[in-house]
Design a protein around this ligand. Structure first.
Ligand SMILES: *[C@@H]1O[C@H](CO)[C@@H](O)[C@H](O)[C@H]1NC(C)=O
Ligand SMILES: *[C@@H]1O[C@H](CO)[C@@H](O)[C@H](O)[C@H]1NC(C)=O
Ligand SMILES: *[C@@H]1O[C@H](CO)[C@@H](O)[C@H](O)[C@H]1NC(C)=O
Length: 279
């Protein structure tokens, strides 16, 4: 009995559901007339066009204010990180075994290729001791001050092709990471120390481990295509009692306004590495 009563009720439900989608009597689709729908679509169309326009406009204005070469937002005066070559913070080798140090020697040799004297002849012979300021217009390609590898003397690989590794007095090269527009005040130089009681004798190239001001400022990858970073080489004059021990070496940039004691970043203006020479 109940089942026969259910059927018409079901049918009615179904038709009212259908009506709610499309009602042929009023011509409404989902409760709205076609013109009402058209108005709604028009409204959203205009609304989204307006949003897209706003977005494009702000983006355009933003891009207008950007300089291709200089990052817009930087917090305070940046300090470059200090890095070493060979690219290892743990330099261990046997000075009597060329197989053990050849990786370091090869690395240094290939790193110094771009500093070849013949290559660097093409670059500018800048007056030392002062910033090399250049017209900061965008189109102009910036000149580069030359840094010849022969400046690194005994660490240049020219007089000693093994960079001192075979005699147990290894050379390590240091450079500061590039920072656009950086002009360090004072006279930045590298000071390396070995943490132990009697100091290890160090020899720096160029003399006193100085980074000449003429290599600053750097104008950015696009404008300053041939830029070469100045290098400082340090030769560790280790003696017999230094062999077979792990020596912690710390190098810092000193003599300038560049920070070298940031507690959070151990590589800002300084670098720590270990050297162990076996014999
Ligand atoms: C270093 O190399 C030499 C020559 O190959 C070898 O006689 C010596 O035992 C090596 N020293 C160490 C500590 O491995
Ligand atoms: C750099 O100079 C060295 C030795 O003077 C030479 O063997 C090497 O081919 C040169 N490299 C370039 C890229 O000029
Ligand atoms: C290098 O650093 C050591 C230790 O901080 C210091 O005693 C020494 O005076 C410094 N040398 C130079 C030339 O600044």
């Amino acid at each position: 009995m109940a089942s026969t009563e259910d059927k018409p009720a079901n049918k009615e439900n179904a038709s009212s559901w259908k009506d709610s989608f499309y009602n042929p009597r009023t011509g409404e689709v989902m409760g709205r007339t076609a013109s009402s729908w058209a108005l709604i679509l028009l409204f959203y169309f205009v609304f989204y066009c307006f949003l897209a326009g706003m977005f494009a406009l702000t983006m355009w204005v933003m891009l207008l204010t950007l300089d291709d070469n200089v990052p817009k937002y930087r917090d305070r005066v940046p300090t470059p990180g200090l890095v070493i070559r060979p690219h290892s913070l743990d330099i261990t080798f046997n000075k009597s075994d060329p197989l053990k140090y050849s990786q370091y020697v090869q690395h240094l040799e290939s790193f110094l290729q771009s500093y070849n004297d013949t290559e660097q002849e093409k670059n500018e012979d800048c007056p030392p001791g002062d910033y090399f300021m250049q017209d900061n217009s965008e189109e102009q390609v910036k000149k580069t001050c030359r840094f010849k590898r022969s400046l690194l003397s005994f660490c240049s690989g020219l007089y000693d092709v093994n960079f001192g590794y075979s005699e147990g007095k290894p050379c390590v090269l240091l450079k500061m990471n590039r920072i656009i527009g950086l002009m360090p005040r004072g006279d930045p130089y590298i000071n390396c120390t070995v943490k132990r009681d009697n100091p290890v004798q160090m020899q720096y190239f160029p003399s006193e481990g100085r980074f000449d001001k003429m290599y600053f400022p750097y104008y950015g990858k696009k404008a300053h295509e041939n830029y070469v970073q100045p290098l400082v080489a340090v030769k560790l004059h280790l003696s017999k009692e230094d062999y077979n021990k792990e020596l912690p070496v710390e190098c810092r940039v000193e003599g300038s306004d560049l920070r070298n004691n940031d507690e959070r970043d151990k590589f800002l203006g300084r670098v720590t590495f270990r050297i162990k020479v076996l014999e």
